[in-house]
Design a protein around this ligand. Structure first.
Ligand code: G
Ligand code: G
Ligand code: MN
Ligand code: NA
Length: 250
């Protein structure tokens, strides 16, 4: 597979980049941190979207290499940010399932001098499909390091609410499809409200994702969630461009 080989080569050559998308506290719209999102532009294939190369990496055994790179690069960059600023990194299921995941993560935190309590790992409900007890054990161990967990794309997977009772997630990221529908659909809005309240009651933070317009911001401002994220506030962007967000904040 030519694309797999190209991806491996570019990973080895440091040709992948991380984009950073800011997220904000809804209380005062101050900057809380950035989510790292992998970007790959290849000389022949051009810009390959992560929806293509992440699954490719998962299916061809490259996800550890890619995942380690994203964590190391993200932590290295974030280790230079102001002390309170968070870094969120997406972790895919086969990456998280690796026996060696915790050890690799600890090494990366060590190497980059990144404080564990500034790192959030974003995982999806799909992680529970297989051996939820083992997942629970791993999450618990990693949380002991000080790292926190967000449940990403919440509401779109096979959300057994049982997982919310059993698993010590710190944050729910409400999938942007709810917000998109909530503009036209009163019941979608109710679901959004209810998830925000559920998070509150379970002492979890909540993020509303995918805010693109002032109208959407207006609508979600009544919802009492913890964080806001979306193109309206900031798109994923190169590291050289995020300084303006940080400068405005400090
Ligand atoms: O960046 P974009 O919004 O196009 O991301 C598309 C999908 O790819 C999202 O589900 C996002 O979580 C995922 N993704 C982007 N970067 C990474 C990464 O570094 N690791 C993993 N596992 N997923 C990523
Ligand atoms: O699955 P995850 O939430 O990690 O996916 C992040 C993806 O969502 C990235 O590809 C990012 O580019 C995209 N994204 C972030 N904010 C917005 C937004 O406001 N609108 C849309 N359509 N996509 C967004
Ligand atoms: Mn995410
Ligand atoms: Na998400």
């Amino acid at each position: 597979n030519a694309m797999r080989e190209a991806l491996e080569k570019d990973l080895d050559n440091g040709a992948l980049k991380l984009a950073f998308q800011p997220f904000f506290r809804s209380s005062d719209q101050s900057l809380a941190g950035f989510e790292a999102l992998a970007r790959w532009e290849h000389e022949d294939f051009g810009f390959v979207p992560p929806d293509v190369f992440i699954p490719l990496a998962e299916q061809t055994g490259l996800i550890n290499k890619l995942g380690d790179w994203a964590l190391r690069e993200g932590c290295y960059i974030a280790s230079y940010w102001p002390p309170h600023m968070k870094l969120a990194v997406n972790v895919s299921v086969p990456q998280f399932q690796q026996e060696s995941f915790i050890e690799r993560l600890e090494n990366i935190l060590d190497e980059t001098k990144m404080e564990a309590n500034r790192l959030e790992l974003e995982i999806t409900e799909a992680v529970f499909a297989d051996n939820p007890e083992a997942v629970m054990e791993k999450v618990t161990k990693i949380k002991r390091l000080g790292v926190s967990f967000s449940l990403d794309d919440f509401g779109t997977g096979f959300s057994s609410l049982m997982y919310l009772i059993k698993f010590p997630f710190d944050k729910l990221k409400i999938d942007r499809s709810f917000l998109q529908q909530a503009e036209r659909d009163e019941s979608a809005k109710k679901v959004l409200q209810t998830i925000a309240r559920l998070g509150e009651q379970l002492k979890m933070e909540t993020t509303i994702e995918g805010i693109e317009t002032a109208e959407q911001l207006q609508m979600v401002s009544e919802l009492n969630c913890t964080y806001l994220q979306g193109y309206y506030f900031g798109k994923p962007q190169q590291v050289i461009d995020i300084g303006r967000f940080i400068a405005r904040d400090v």
